[in-house]
Design a protein around this ligand. Structure first.
Ligand SMILES: *[C@@H]1O[C@H](CO)[C@@H](O)[C@H](O)[C@H]1NC(C)=O
Ligand SMILES: *[C@@H]1O[C@H](CO)[C@@H](O)[C@H](O)[C@H]1NC(C)=O
Ligand SMILES: *[C@@H]1O[C@H](CO)[C@@H](O)[C@H](O)[C@H]1NC(C)=O
Ligand SMILES: *[C@@H]1O[C@H](CO)[C@@H](O)[C@H](O)[C@H]1NC(C)=O
Ligand SMILES: *[C@@H]1O[C@H](CO)[C@@H](O)[C@H](O)[C@H]1NC(C)=O
Length: 751
């Protein structure tokens, strides 16, 4: 070993496997004048992916930085998308080139909603920090911060022709704001629980709110100033309701203190779902309402125009008159002129329910030419589905028009493997195994499998083997994409597989307290008469405890077995005689690996530590605190004494097993990292996480100086704590003072 060891940086190279993240919404966007309803934008962790739903292809990536995307909103002209992030930042991207030029920093925590005004000149954002901020898009500055809500803001809408804003929140209130004075002039208190969404209908004379129950509450809005200015009698304005005199009186009174508008409960529409509203939205003309809870049913309603309602009412009246006349005839006496009352259900009519193939996370809808409604659904199982229906049909049917599933797994990926030629990557989840082209990240094969826990490529890279939760070994052939064989290998979860160094077989370790040895064998297939690969069980090693991980030493002499009792036992491969026991971890060892030269064994445990041991005597060279949660995976970089670990703390770290140094941390995943695979040449690393993303990392030529690396980490930590503790400034908030909106950075603090 030389005097100075050079460490090379691994850099993030791609995020894949995620179709749509659950933290943000889905929205239709237009791309370079393309056809409407063809492209949708969804969050993919810190990025935004634009998918062409027709072709099922990713056509544009709006690159994020570190924090997850929490909300998306396209601009009215369709040229931009405003993106809100977990840290409260908002960036505006151009859909022409995918680049961002404007960014707004005013919120202290996740952006929960973003809306443009009708002209696209102003943006309103709501946040988990309970503030609402109005931004000037053209001047790229903050206008006002509106404080008043006491919990997460769930919706904010500009009114079209008035300088007003309506907002709702988990604090159970709906608030109306006058943007001329930046004051809340009215609070609607009729909800007993969180308000999860609101929409404006009927030229903004009707408000509909969604809450924690199955009621969609409807409110009548009358704009009082307008009425006075026009000098018209009120009856003409209040066309949505046949007010009786008493209500009229109340309105008059209210207008004295409120002057701007009155808002009265008009009734409610019942949803079929019993749980809370998860999203409530309309198409751009507010003719269709789409609503869903935490299940797979989307409920659609049609909002009838005033003319349509009038027509309906006169029909009703005619009917009633006829009936009255008939009664009169029968009774032979005078009957009163019948009265028909206009009801909410005459105005908002149930259209159809759409059943998606999994629970819905979010919906967007788009009215297109010819009365076609397009619906895009982001599902909770990493899928996007689109539907189309003709709303004018008497009994419309919703046809599924596309489904994006290919580029990702429905459930978490629990195992990854690299092919021996470094060119293909295997990922397997609860129901499918995929093989990806490492350079293009295109899916080469997708095959149904049982719940997979471990995997490997058979030498030659023509077959793969999975170990499953139910104790089976499944072998697939890549050329045909078919399952060759399922072997009932164990009576418990098959946690670990390892290829024999002589490449002639594998070993499997299971929760049934056994380790089994298998040899590859070519047999003649009964049906086809052709030779095919199979696995022959040769030996069994019985243990006292569940087996969590098994690894051969590269010289094939030893087999290390980690057990549920927190020890690792090492056996001679040939005789299966006990050789060593490694004691010391306080919780079970979930992962381990042996260095290429058979000298070191590194173990990672649920106790958050990594231990490095000599394989000659089983002496512990060093124990290092590695992650803030369980160490899930550990692997040496081939032909080195450097190794990587993956933690439930979302981090991936690289270590030097000779100098006991932490070299670098690969940050990027937003949830627990489950597993890793390092390419045989050491140039690539792929990781999988509970955030549904797979990430590819690449070894660069850039050397790492450890002191500088530590300094950078300290700075990053400091910056994070500053950002948290600091109240960002929005101009307009401090009257007359035009302080720039922005966060304190380490530069400004140092200065
Ligand atoms: C931009 O700011 C200037 C000066 O503060 C102001 O006069 C102008 O009206 C603003 N423009 C817009 C579109 O808000
Ligand atoms: C939806 O239901 C699942 C359980 O089925 C629960 O874990 C999740 O938190 C729920 N989501 C919402 C938004 O209520
Ligand atoms: C998840 O998505 C797929 C779409 O490929 C669908 O077939 C499946 O039924 C969905 N639902 C669940 C609950 O997994
Ligand atoms: C939906 O599919 C049916 C049957 O294939 C077809 O008749 C109908 O026109 C389709 N509807 C739409 C809106 O495409
Ligand atoms: C991956 O894609 C590249 C470029 O299309 C191609 O040359 C290569 O053969 C593919 N590799 C695999 C393993 O399919």
């Amino acid at each position: 070993m030389g005097l100075t060891k050079q460490y090379l940086r691994y850099a993030a190279s791609a995020v894949f496997g995620v179709i749509g993240s659950q933290k943000a919404n889905i929205c239709y966007v237009t791309l370079r004048g393309g056809e409407r309803g063809r492209y949708v934008a969804v969050a993919a962790c810190e990025h935004v992916f634009i998918w062409d739903v027709r072709k099922g292809e990713k056509v544009l990536i709006l690159q994020g930085q570190k924090h997850e995307v929490t909300f998306l909103c396209p601009s009215p002209d369709g040229v931009h998308v405003a993106v809100g992030y977990e840290d409260g930042a908002v960036r505006i991207f151009s859909l022409l080139n995918g680049e961002t030029s404007v960014s707004f920093n005013g919120h202290k925590s996740a952006v929960s909603v973003i809306r443009y005004d009708a002209l696209g000149a102003r943006l309103v954002t709501g946040s988990k920090d309970t503030d609402v901020i109005v931004w000037d898009v053209i001047n790229e500055s903050g206008l006002y911060r509106l404080k008043g809500h006491k919990d997460v803001i769930t919706q904010t809408l500009f009114l079209k022709d008035k300088n007003l804003l309506v907002t709702c929140s988990k604090d159970s209130f709906v608030k109306w704001w006058d943007l001329d004075t930046q004051h809340c002039f009215k609070t609607i208190v009729g909800h007993r629980s969180e308000v999860w969404g609101l929409v404006l209908l009927n030229r903004e004379n009707r408000l509909l709110t969604g809450s924690a129950d199955s009621e969609l509450r409807a409110w009548d809005i009358s704009y009082l100033e307008e009425v006075k200015a026009e000098g018209e009698p009120k009856e003409k304005k209040g066309k949505t309701l046949l007010d009786d005199d008493e209500d009229q009186q109340e309105d008059e009174d209210e207008s004295l203190d409120e002057r701007i508008l009155s808002c009265k409960k008009a009734g409610s529409i019942l949803r079929e779902a019993r749980d809370r509203v998860v999203s409530l939205t309309t198409d751009s003309k507010a003719r269709i309402i789409a609503c869903h809870g935490n299940d797979s049913i989307l409920e659609l309603f049609t909002v009838l125009s005033e003319d349509e309602v009038q027509k309906k009412m006169s029909k009703k009246l005619k009917k009633a008159k006829k009936k009255a006349a008939k009664l009169q005839e029968e009774a032979g006496e005078e009957a009163a002129e019948p009265a028909v009352e206009k009801m909410l259900k005459d105005e908002i009519v149930r259209l159809i329910n759409v059943k998606a193939s999994a629970k819905i996370r979010c919906v967007d809808c788009l009215s297109c030419a010819g009365g076609e409604l397009k619906v895009a659904l982001l599902l909770q199982n990493n899928t996007v589905e689109t539907y189309s229906l003709r709303t004018a049909d008497k009994t419309p049917t919703a046809n599924k028009t596309s489904r994006l599933t290919l580029g990702g797994h429905r459930t978490d990926v629990r195992t990854l493997a690299f092919s021996s030629d470094n060119l293909a990557v295997l990922s397997a989840s609860g129901d499918t195994v995929k093989v990806w082209n490492r350079s293009t990240l295109q899916v080469i094969r997708t095959m149904a499998c049982e719940y997979a826990l471990c995997s490997l490529f058979v030498p030659g890279d023509r077959q793969i083997i999975l170990g499953t939760k139910s104790g089976k070994l499944q072998m697939f052939e890549l050329a045909s994409g078919s399952l060759l064989e399922t072997v009932d290998a164990h009576n418990g979860a098959l946690w670990s597989l390892c290829l024999a160094p002589d490449q002639r077989g594998i070993v499997s370790g299971s929760a049934d307290k056994t380790v089994k040895f298998w040899e590859f064998e070519l047999i003649k297939d009964q049906e086809t008469g052709q030779k095919r690969l199979t696995l022959k069980h040769t030996r069994t090693l019985q243990l006292e405890e569940d087996v969590l991980c098994v690894r051969f030493s590269p010289d094939h002499r030893l087999l290390a077995v980690s057990l549920l009792d927190c020890t690792v036992k090492v056996f001679y491969t040939d005789t299966l005689k006990f050789f060593l026991s490694l004691y010391g971890h306080k919780l079970p060892v979930l992962c381990l690996d042996i260095s290429h030269d058979n000298t070191l064994i590194a173990t990672g445990s649920a106790d958050r530590n990594v231990k490095i041991w000599g394989l000659d005597f089983g002496d512990c060279h060093r124990s290092m605190f590695a992650h803030d949660d369980s160490v899930m995976f550990l692997q040496f970089v081939p032909k080195t004494h450097l190794f990587f670990t993956a933690g439930k703390d979302k981090k991936i770290k690289q270590w030097d097993a000779d100098k006991f140094e932490h070299i670098q941390t690969l940050e990027g995943h937003h949830r627990e990292v489950w597993c890793l695979a390092i390419s045989p040449n050491g140039d690539h690393l792929v990781s999988s996480s509970h955030d549904k993303s797979l990430r590819l990392w690449e070894r660069t030529r850039e050397p790492i100086i450890l002191e500088e690396e530590r300094e950078m980490e300290r700075e990053a930590e400091f910056e994070e704590s500053m950002a948290k503790g600091d109240m960002p400034v929005v101009p307009g908030e401090t009257q007359g003072e035009a302080a720039p909106a922005g966060k304190k950075t380490i530069e400004t603090v140092k200065a």
